[in-house]
Design a protein around this ligand. Structure first.
Ligand code: EPU
Length: 417
């Protein structure tokens, strides 16, 4: 088992460069199957979620070449084969292959998708979108078979602005006949990034970044070159670390607008942040003030930064409340934070955090990706040594996390035990 050993309380100085966005990349890679020929994606992070998608590409007889952040995908020999559970269980985004194969071939069989255990995570909105576009769905115990004699554009009113359902609907509608309107669409930057790539391939999509996206179906797409946007959740995670330990810490290669909901909250808490066009500088403050946080869809405060933020709030003076509105089970970091000395109570979807508390090292577990980030942040400000177990969850989403933190002065290493 791989564990992360962290010795806390070291000031961090220097620069951390943010990688390409995980949640963009995991949509762009499957979506590239819609296009004929070669697509080159640059700024793809080197994380295990991408390795999992690469395995699926290779299984589908797609040629993949990876070199320092780029991924060349050639779909010339693509085969539409049933995708087994071993390939779908590792991550939620595997179901974007379902949309891509349905869009391209009008038929797909795929085992059900996996992903972090942070709530029930139903996919009813994706299935609703597929049906509205003309598909018939057969649900087996562990798999879906989805077929359509013809995919036809339609109005798709989503019950909630689901990121996954918006992406799946976009992917299928791009090659469907006629006009599709996605109502109540998610507005996350990763969706805008996907639309940018699809339009470069020849798609006709407008309205991305708003709640109404319009797609005029086209008969084919041709591969293109595309640069993935920087990862706003990775940027946010390191900015929070900087708020605790930064000594003029630079967070480089960011789109400040994408993390505005975070930087606004940090400024309210008394954190010093200088925001520039594509980087920010953050200094720790020993006078952090409590704050109330509510997670919301973009442009609200992202659920993916909720757990990292809770680690920060344990060091703030006063009583903070954090309400998680997106997932019903995203507090699995809390018992471990309390073991480390935090004072957090859970009432339904709301946490009450009383601070500041002195944190001390402990043996803890990363139960999911962002819980792992939360525990890492806590361990970096804790007295003594923390051992974080099950770090595979953490390595799914943060490229070169040990190297990036070591370079700015953290004492952190991976150990095989
Ligand atoms: N929902 C439904 N029905 C659906 C779809 C969603 O009820 O058909 C509910 C979910 O249960 C959840 C909420 O709506 O409570 C949000 O789900 P959404 O579909 O928006 O999320 P997702 O596509 O499954 C993506 C990211 C998550 C991120 C969320 C919200 C990827 C691969 N995953 O998930 O990222 O938390 O959007 O921003 O893009 C992470 O990176 O750690 C992560 C979990």
């Amino acid at each position: 088992m791989k564990v992360l050993n962290v010795i806390g309380n070291n000031k961090l100085t220097g620069s951390i460069r943010i990688s390409g966005a995980k949640n963009s990349s995991v949509a762009l890679i499957p979506a590239s199957l819609l296009a004929l020929g070669q697509t080159t994606l640059c700024n793809i992070p080197n994380i295990s979620d991408i390795d999992s998608l690469e395995e699926t590409l290779v299984y589908l007889n797609v040629s993949v070449k990876r070199a320092s952040g780029s991924m060349l995908i050639d779909t010339t020999n693509l085969e539409n084969k049933p995708i087994p559970i071993e390939l779908t269980s590792k991550l939620r985004a595997s179901y974007y292959f379902m949309a891509a194969l349905l869009g391209r071939f009008g038929y797909v069989k795929m085992a059900k998708p996996g992903g972090c255990q942070i709530g029930a995570r139903p996919i009813d909105q994706t299935l609703k979108a597929f049906r509205l576009l003309g598909a018939e769905i057969i649900e087996e115990k562990d798999a879906y078979i989805i077929k359509a004699s013809a995919l036809k554009g339609n109005v798709i009113p989503l019950d909630m602005p689901s990121v996954g359902a918006t992406i799946n609907a976009l992917i299928v509608a791009t090659l469907a006949e006629g006009e599709t309107i996605i109502e109540n669409a998610a507005r996350e930057p990763e969706i805008t990034d996907l639309v940018l790539m699809l339009n470069k391939m020849g798609a006709k999509i407008t309205g991305e970044g708003s709640s109404t996206i319009k797609i005029i179906g086209v008969s084919k797409l041709i591969g293109c070159n595309h640069d993935v946007i920087p990862d706003r959740i990775e940027a946010g995670t390191y900015t929070i670390i900087g708020a605790l330990l930064g000594n003029y810490l630079k967070i480089d290669n960011i789109i400040p607008e994408h993390i505005k909901s975070l930087t606004d909250e940090l400024e309210k808490m008394g954190v010093n942040i200088e925001i520039h066009s594509d980087y920010l500088i953050v200094d720790s403050s020993n006078k952090l003030m409590a704050n109330d946080i509510n997670t919301l869809q973009y442009p609200g405060f992202p659920t993916d930064l909720q757990q990292p933020m809770v680690a920060l709030l344990t060091k703030a003076s006063g009583i903070s409340h954090v309400t998680e509105n997106i997932y019903e089970n995203r507090f699995m970091n809390v018992p471990y934070l309390n073991e480390m000395g935090a004072n957090i109570t859970i009432d339904g979807r709301t946490l009450t955090i009383t601070g500041p508390t002195n944190l001390h090292g402990a043996v803890v577990k990363a139960t999911d990706l962002r819980a792992g980030a939360s525990l890492l942040i806590a361990s970096l400000v804790a007295d003594g040594k923390t051992q974080i177990q099950d770090i595979n969850h953490l390595l799914r989403g943060y490229e070169e996390i040990v190297e990036k933190l070591t370079n700015v002065g953290a004492k952190i290493e991976i150990e095989e035990i």
